[in-house]
Design a protein around this ligand. Structure first.
Ligand code: ARG
Length: 487
């Protein structure tokens, strides 16, 4: 085909007859096909289409306001972008890997649609500040959504804690029975972890709330732009004060990945407990059939796949954080193509934690407690031993001595194959006279042990009630989303 025929077939060619890249003028040889495929990010950064178009609307409006584009050009560009937006939403847009990324795909389509005015949209802008803008908008949107999803999970924890307020079960240290606690207290421990996670995502939002556009490729722009106007149009709370900083850093993405890693760490520990508790050895809970699977070979099995996968996916979320930290550690300022590697770890993390959060809320709702088994567990163990030591200490025995005396008692009981409440008054008195008092025997009741922990933050029902009320208030107050709109 001649150059003329190829051009009339829609190909943009430079004077060397090459398929035109936006930078085509400088080149005499086309990009190697494998290198092109290697560099292209369109397969994943098409996810930024919405943000890219939103940013372009604002940039274009500002260029018109500043007289850099004519109102007619502005109108044409805006109309073209609207059509592209619709095409993308409807799945009609054909993404072209030879155009590398979402920015060039949209810009080329715009020029095809509206002619030369399309080429003016990129005035006073570089893909470097453009992609930084898209990423800021994306991180803001996602951190707001994640914050909401954490909120929803906190609501479920609160429901569970209310429902099972008085259920006692063993608390562990070193995975050894330690002291009896309320199940609601245990649930609330995760509530507060999630509260901090939610605060972290609010902070991620706040840090990403900085507008980078106007940085150009790295040094700013010679056009009389109005960055404050763009920031205001896009709802940013602030803007970058240094163009090189604006296009070089992705710390706000790393903040998101770190927040996600901590969130996953919490849910992974929770998952580990759900897995243990639903084992035959513990039998404290049963997870709903809808969230467990059977074995293809062993008919009796009910496997906690969902919590196992949450625990497993935690590794992948940590990996994404690590990957991006390593990508950035040696990059000189300003933009480097390495930075394109920020997207997949972020997108993968967003997908993973949203799936996890939504599923987790339902998983927890499906959980049933085996209250009998829990009750039995705290009776048939030594987890009230501390209560006896505390009782002795309250009655004038130095705590260290009280601890030693109770230790002897446990050893005695173990040697005679009994639990503490099965020892006779005589056996108790032989270890320490105070232990023969009826008040001492009362201390052996798990409920007494729990009720005694009245201190703020303790596991006594009234202390947990206080937590629940406070938690309820916190959820009520922070029910709005973090983008500033209160819903
Ligand atoms: N796709 C690129 C990225 O995500 C956009 C910025 C490209 N800039 C450049 N100078 N090659 O990083």
């Amino acid at each position: 085909m001649s150059m003329k025929e190829r051009e009339s077939a829609g190909e943009k060619l430079n004077d060397a007859g090459l398929q035109e890249k936006p930078w085509g003028g400088r080149f005499r040889e086309p990009l190697d096909k494998k290198a092109e495929a290697f560099s292209a990010s369109i397969n994943f950064d098409r996810r930024l289409a919405e943000e890219d178009i939103q940013g372009s609307f604002a940039h274009c409006a500002m260029l018109v306001k500043k007289g850099i584009l004519t109102p007619a050009e502005g109108e044409q560009i805006t109309q073209g972008l609207r059509e592209i937006e619709e095409d993308i939403l409807q799945g009609r847009f054909v993404f072209d890997p030879s155009l590398e990324d979402i920015h060039m795909n949209i810009e080329r389509k715009l020029t095809e649609k509206i002619g030369p005015a399309g080429g003016k949209l990129h005035t006073a802008r570089s893909r470097n500040d453009q992609v930084a803008l898209d990423m800021h908008l994306y991180v803001k949107k996602q951190s707001a959504e994640v914050e909401r999803a954490i909120f929803a999970l906190q609501e479920v924890l609160l429901e569970l804690a209310e429902k099972y307020l008085d259920v006692i079960f063993p608390g562990y240290t070193h995975l050894q029975r330690a002291q009896p606690v309320l199940f609601s207290h245990h649930m609330m421990a995760y509530f507060w972890m999630l509260q901090r996670d939610r605060e972290r995502f609010r902070e991620v939002f706040r840090r990403a709330d900085m507008m980078p556009l106007g940085a150009g490729a790295l040094s700013g722009t010679s056009f009389p732009i109005d960055r404050e106007d763009v920031a205001a149009q896009l709802g940013f709370g602030g803007l970058y004060e240094n163009s090189m900083d604006a296009v070089s850093d992705r710390d706000f993405v790393l903040d998101f990945l770190y927040g996600a890693s901590l969130l996953m760490m919490h849910l992974s520990r929770f998952s580990e407990e759900l897995i243990l508790w639903s084992s035959q050895e513990f039998s404290f809970i049963e997870l709903g059939d809808a969230y467990t699977t059977g074995s293809s070979m062993m008919p009796q099995k009910k496997n906690p796949d969902i919590p196992e996968l949450v625990r497993g996916k935690t590794g992948r979320v940590y990996g994404n954080l690590m990957a991006l930290l390593v990508v950035f550690k040696g990059l000189p300022l300003a933009y480097n193509k390495d930075m394109q590697e920020d997207k997949e770890p972020l997108f993968d993390t967003v997908d993973t934690i949203k799936d996890v959060l939504f599923l987790y809320a339902d998983l927890l709702r499906s959980m049933k407690l085996c209250e009998e088994k829990m009750k039995h567990s705290v009776k048939k163990d030594f987890s009230v031993a501390t209560e006896l030591a505390d009782f002795l200490a309250r009655n004038g025995v130095p705590f260290r001595e009280a601890h030693a005396v109770t230790g002897q008692l446990v050893r005695k009981a173990l040697e005679s194959g009994k639990f503490l409440d099965e020892l006779s008054d005589k056996e108790l008195a032989r270890i320490h006279p105070l232990l023969a008092f009826p008040e001492a025997r009362e201390m052996l009741l798990p409920r007494k042990a729990v009720e005694a922990k009245k201190c703020r933050g303790g596991t006594a029902p009234e202390a947990v009630r206080r937590q629940l009320d406070l938690a309820g208030e916190i959820l009520q107050k922070s029910g709005g989303d973090i983008t500033g709109k209160r819903i």
